[in-house]
Design a binder for this molecule. Sequence first.
Ligand code: HEM
Length: 399
Amino acid sequence: MALLENPLGHPEKFHISKDLGFILEDPLEELPDCYQVWVRLAKNLPSLIQNGQFREEVKQLPELNISQLQGHKEQRLAHLALAVITMGYVWQDSEVMQVLPRKIAVPFCEISKQLGLPPIMVYADCVLANWKKKDPSGPMTYENMDTLFAFPGGDCSKGFFLVSLLVEKAAASAIGVIPDIFEAIKSKNVESLKESLRTVASSVHKAIEVFDLVHKHVNPNVFFDTLRIYLSGWKNNPLLPNGLIYEGVWETPKMFCGGSAAQSSIMQCFDALLGIQHSSAEEKTSAKFLEEMRNYMPSSHKDFLEAVTSSPSVRDFIISSDDIKLKKDYNECVKALVHLRSYHLQVVAKYIINQSNKQDNAKEKKSSDNQEKGTGGTNLMTFLKTVRNTTEKALLKES
Ligand code: HEM
């Protein structure tokens, strides 16, 4: 099928943009009047949480059905606003809520079903759809951007969400060459394939450069002590051991992972494109987690990843060629991804492991890296190292 050979042949079908990749282009800031109560409440979350009044305000919301929401962008803003409200409601204070009231649970689950997303805040909400330009005619730079919704912790959530968005944008320049790569394989045009691979490697290098902004805009103490809880889910989480009850939707509590950049499609897209498979026996847990994360992406993005995966194998084509330069260009892509994942490991060590150790020292408690869980609920260092090492194993012999 033409669509499978050229997954970006119809980018709009996958809600993907040529310039911004998986980022939602020009997200809406407002919903039709009757739903604006959700947007206003979500916008006021930081001050209402600080005054301990957020849950009370949630209880005052009217019961709304979603029948008047129209189009993908309205659905995405509604999912984002309801997700922010849900996270605030559950995690407002140390008394964790185990039941999400029906006036949030029912519309949230319905809109989630339409988008193919779970009813919890995902990366596609808080990063990909949670941004605007201050000056609409200006560039997409940190200085000219803001988030639509924030969490307690001052500018920490803005820093975390926008830096992730800018990393995503830098890497997105590789998405544009994906159809060229499959076209080059089809027509056995090795020179064109080399050129596209060089674009992929340089996009990943750009992403690493942009990642550095995290140190400028995200304070590790505030991230660890304040923001992290609002990103947390209710799967493998001792604070909600049975999950969350969605009143009026399901009889029994449900478990969902929290928001994490592991739900970004871009890295999985590179893996799929380069034939990097996190699936051998010893990597089973990591592979399973990455696969599970696809269920936390909008279904259109998941479809795109599947279209790339089921296209002819770029890696096999390169292995069967005896062009050493082509193998080198492929390896440059793999090395760039290994570099990105190693850099990410250092960031995670700074923002999570070191912070956790500091707290343990203060409490004179001893813990190991492997006990620390990510917001997605992984044993994070073991998981991240395994994924990085599998990436490295994809390097080809250049002789
Ligand atoms: C302060 C910044 C960051 C921290 C503390 C952080 C933390 C984590 C953690 C703990 C995980 C393990 C999964 C989980 O349980 O949540 C993870 C996975 C992941 N993160 Fe991040 N992250 C950060 C920034 C980013 C950014 C900016 C990106 C790129 C857009 C990114 C991309 C990924 C990916 C793709 C995974 C899945 C593992 C992989 O494919 O290598 N992270 N992150």
